[in-house]
Design a protein around this ligand. Structure first.
Ligand code: ADP
Ligand code: MG
Length: 137
């Protein structure tokens, strides 16, 4: 096991539902430390660029437009196996398939408005942290 950093985004539905604190508490209780955080509105350009890996997927345009509908809360989590630990706390992409007790099972309404983003690998985490927090890369 190794100490890792990962990028988390509380998506517009999570911010709108007023559950930033509840989500951050789950990270903290799982032993993840919040070492950087910022609330922001993503521009269309930022959302397109952040999700560029999905640009050929059919949901890309909807994803980009959804992520720009309201403020998001972006943070960097640090801890043992932070990347996989955050993915476990999040649950599956489609909330209907997410394990009980995960963030998406408890709070998400749909595969589009699925409350949280989390880096899916150590390599992508490094890129995503650098995208929003160059000082922490
Ligand atoms: P995850 O966020 O679990 O890593 P992906 O990286 O595959 O999932 O997809 C990025 C985001 O795009 C998802 O969180 C979800 O909001 C959206 N998405 C993924 N697959 C679909 C789909 N089949 N239909 C609509 N939106 C999707
Ligand atoms: Mg992903």
């Amino acid at each position: 096991m190794a100490t890792e950093r990962t990028l988390s985004i509380i998506k517009p539905d999570g911010v709108e539902k007023n559950i930033i604190g509840q989500i951050l508490t789950r990270f903290e209780e799982a032993g993840l430390k919040i070492i950087g955080a910022r609330m922001m509105m993503l521009s269309e350009q930022q959302a397109k660029s952040f999700y560029e890996v999905h640009k050929d997927r059919p949901f890309y345009n909807d994803l980009v437009s959804y992520m720009t509908t309201g403020p998001v809360f972006v943070s960097v989590l640090e801890g043992e196996s932070a990347v996989s630990k955050n993915r476990e706390l999040m649950g599956a992409t489609d909330p209907k398939e997410a394990n009980p007790g995960t963030i998406r099972a408890d709070f998400a309404e749909s595969i589009d408005a699925n409350t949280v983003h989390g880096s899916d690998s150590v390599e992508n985490a490094a890129k995503e942290v650098a995208f929003f927090f160059p000082d922490l890369a």
